[in-house]
Design a protein around this ligand. Sequence first.
Ligand SMILES: [Zn+2]
Length: 98
Amino acid sequence: MQTKLLEKLCCPFDKGDLNAHIFRESESGEILEGLLTCPACNRYYPIIYSIPIMSPDEYRERQLELPILERWGLKVDARSNSFVLEAENKQKLPGSGV
Ligand SMILES: [Zn+2]
């Protein structure tokens, strides 16, 4: 996704503005991998293969996201059903790219 699209995205849960943490970017400034976080509800939305995963919780496949989050160095509880980012993970995120 293009960085400028970030301004148009909001949290599907509360419509809050999202913070972007970029892990991998293309030379043209496209975000290939990253994490969007909502400061209001603390949910996270990964950007994988340049596509932001922004479905409501009940339509997300946690098992598919886990290996990617782990590759980014984030620790997630495989048994939990929440998409809320824990405090210890927040500290590992690269700074906001917006
Ligand atoms: Zn939210």
